[in-house]
Design a protein around this ligand. Sequence first.
Ligand SMILES: [Zn+2]
Ligand SMILES: [Zn+2]
Length: 348
Amino acid sequence: MKTLGYAAQSADTPLAPLAFERRALRPNDVAMEILYCGVCHTDVHMARNDWGWSVYPIVPGHEIIGRVIGVGSEVSRFKAGDAVAVGCMLDSCQHCDQCRKGEEQLCREGPTLTYISPDRITHDITYGGYSKHIVVRQEFVLSVPEGLDLARAAPLLCAGITTYSPLRNWGVGPGSRVGVIGLGGLGHMAVKLASGLGAHVTVMSRTSGKEADARALGADRLLVWTDKDAIAKAGSSFDLIIDTVPVRHDVSPYMPLLDVDGTLVMVGHLGLIDELFTVPLIMGRRGVAGSPIGGIAQTQELLDFCARKNILPECEMIRMDGINEAFERMERSDVRYRFVIDMASLKV
Ligand SMILES: [Zn+2]
Ligand SMILES: [Zn+2]
């Protein structure tokens, strides 16, 4: 199937149109027209080779909302016209212990990522959601429940599941005390989802300027880092802290805020952090953990939860040809809170 996308050809060239082919349908494949695609920080890092392992051309995009336009002969769960979604992975081994538990993101052989990963059969490098069409095996296609606004749902597929997964895995529910560090694409979803799960939510910030934004997203309060009294009073008062900061930083100051057995979960930064002071970890049996996205079943649970609770990301819609400007604005943190590409703006 011929399609059109937007691709980076090297680390220092702007994204530009690229015509390419999607594979012919395998028996268990679903073909979809992409309607919307969210713009994740990973897209920027990959397009610019910030982690040193990009291969070009790259068609980024792993927050995909679309409609089914065709299915393979063995597909039973989807039919043409269905509203569907695809996130950060397209395939996995399907037989290891993690895959069998529904934790495909932790597949022992590594999941096939939605872009820049070799296909498990052809070894062709995958191209992502900045395109008009995609073909995905049905096990990795999600149903978009009725009532979920298609134009705003896309960021749930990465920013949403990345924050929902630790909230669920650490048992957050009514009465849980949750802190959120960083109020960007990930952080604003952590606030909305923790609040939707019934938790008491605190946004932790360096300045008081985010108070109105934090409350509008559903936070119960803002804890300002320069307010020493408030910080002292907040000692041992959190069950879970979701740290969404996307750059190297120091987590030691946050550790005394966790209650006994509390955990700070890092979701936003791949790389080194500053030296960690272990006294509060050992004396309070506190932990630092990390968490990637979530499995397919948990991602479906998230979509259903958001439809039921009417939880949606805050989005700024852009045209496909506005992507280079959007990347520049993201590098200045000038987005509230996620860009979403309206794929109708890309004409074949
Ligand atoms: Zn992402
Ligand atoms: Zn596996």
